[in-house]
Design a protein around this ligand. Sequence first.
Ligand code: GDP
Length: 431
Amino acid sequence: MNSNQPNQTTLLITVIVGAQWGDEGKGKITDFFAGEADYVVRFQGGNNAGHTLVVNNETYKLHLLPSGVLYPNTVSVIGNGVLVDPKVLLEEIEAFEKRGQKLNLKISERAHIIMPYHIFMDEGISQMQGELSAGSTRRGIAPVSADKMYRHGIRVGDLLEPELFKEKLTKAFEFNYNVITKVFNLPCDLKMEDIYNEYLGYGEKLKQYITDTEVELANAYKNNKKILLEGAQGMSLDPDHGMYPHTTSTNNVSGYCEVGAGVGFNCHKKVIGVVKAYMSRVGNSPFVTEMLGDDGEKLRQAGNEFGTTTGRPRRVGWLNLVQLRQTARVSGLTDIAITKLDILTGMPEIKVCVAYEIDGVEYKEMPASLTKIRKAKPIYKTFPGWKVSEIGTYESLPAELKNYLEFIEKEIGVKISIVSLGAQREKTILR
Ligand code: GDP
């Protein structure tokens, strides 16, 4: 018997991932489960992601803090797979504490840090890549990921070791500064000494939270604690399985939770894919079901589709089951939470893309080839609209809506177990 395993068979591990391009409403769904969890863990992404939670009519916008922070008895963990901008994190911590709430937060020593030069690098890389970039949020996510792989990245724990920090920073700064000024020819007024002092200061402030979260989580797992792993962004942005290169730079499929939390969960997990009833996208890439013109504008306004982090208007379109089939398969979804159905309420008809037509051939699965995706035309199934006057049980929902949901379920082969018809917790139906 493996002594690192818990000794009971109840579902202890829940993973919540975005099943589209992010902004599906993961914050709300995670919050729904966070209160029951002993630990809520972020395992990938950085402050390029943003969640909005509405609790007791108060709105919380979180970029790096896990959704567990709203529950005093839940430990919130920023795992080693998260890319941490310490300045942004400290601002978020301060804003949170100003509301009079105490944080129960732990940060992995092994998480990599976004440095000021990464922001400059992001600018240079984005300019160089042009149309082929994902439309970076310019938060330094790709450059910090690259530095991690080049092996001159700076980790959270380094901020507590001044000598080692200086040694690493000297190498990393020289590399990045030279690329910024000599390859990208961008002006850059950064000084290594200033960065060194500033970041040691951040280390001092964050020290109380920094620990070996991997060991703590492994012990929690062994001791039958409930662990909720909270994904950021969405699977179509995954660098391996998304629409590469129109992706982000950390994996966001559910399997990455073991890498980014640093624990091997050798057990059956509940994996909830959060699916918005329509699609939205920030940045470049083909968008096969995109709604342009007035229809798109109406949907964008109705759904308030503007970035939490950047404020950028999001592109919007109909639900795409070709993308969702891939998400369900790669992330091993056990459940779907479908959100924002209220935004479609009242529309005369609702479309769902069931397949692509590419050069006269029908595709039900996502092609890897960007050329094919660029040429793809959506094949739609059209449903009559519905009106929901009050939210009771699943059975009491209009037949048209249930018909739509059960069609999606059948096509994807995953149960829709959570139906969301509004931002508030009480506008949720569990099946
Ligand atoms: P996340 O990053 O996936 O958490 O998504 P965001 O927080 O960026 O966007 C989701 C937005 O939709 C938030 O403002 C939520 O409060 C809101 N939301 C979540 N579920 C629903 C829903 O069922 N209906 C409506 N109208 N809003 C929702």
